[in-house]
Design a protein around this ligand. Sequence first.
Ligand code: AVJ
Length: 321
Amino acid sequence: MQQPPKTIKLTDFEQEVCEGLNDFPKHLSSKYFYDEIGDVLFQKIMAMPTYYLTQSEYDILNNHKKEIAAMFKSNGDFDLIELGAGDGKKTKVLLQELCEQNCEFTYIPIDISKNSLKKLTASVTSELPKVKIDGFQGTYFEALKELDSRNHKRKVILFLGSNIGNLKHDQAIHFLSEIRQLMQPNDILFIGVDQKKNPQSILDAYNDKEGITSQFNKNILNRINKELQADFDLNKFMHWENYDPENGTAKSYLVSKVEQKVFLRKLDVSIHFKAWETIHTEISQKYDDDMVNWLGKEAGLKIQESFQNHSKAFKDYVFTI
Ligand code: AVJ
């Protein structure tokens, strides 16, 4: 195994890429999908009919906005905190309804990307001028801790889109427990969770014929090429999706079609691939009520209510402490 010279101070990205590609089996973290190109590709994925998640959750929010908004405001003023806000298309349905019900709230989207926060703030300000928006750039926990120290407003925390699916069970429990620590009795955690369903629909969602998901998955190699001056040939890798209906875990891989060597010039590291060797890049966990109940219990959270779309493909759960 090759390590870069000790004198170089590595960024988290460099460190994790180096470790992941030297590990066996190889892996890279899906959190690095989202550079500027990755953001655009994910927007395209969300617009594909086969990627049913986005439309399903949109329908839930749209069909139940009255009840949801009424529930959010039932205990008075609050901060509406959104983890990983993205383009806010789904959230705007709720923002509009909250305005119509004359709610007193501040919308605080949290995102790691300065650029997407700027765009979101501009679009909310122009489309929904009544909404007070005060975005926070940083990781979820930096932001939540900072908000906790700033004020003691009641919190309604949104975590939409089944982003929790990128976490393994122990990571999801850890994540939920951390949020639980920052919640008071009247606070709400509202989470979107993709459900177990016909395994073919799940494979189709992550393996579209147009190859957009493949581009999205391979973009992590492009990013390594750009940022670590590497020479991955994307044509020598294929996107592979696997779904295990027993445990509900969808996994994405990049498979090396040939034996090859890749050089990461910035780190002075070269990586060897056997023919058909894999890089595991993402998990997209699917759940049912029992699993969500269990996660909540492990983290000290209770399900108060849940909302589903007509096809039952997707659910939003309301948790309290
Ligand atoms: C943004 C994590 C919810 O896992 O469904 C879409 C990302 N990956 N297609 C998901 C994704 C491949 C997505 N999440």
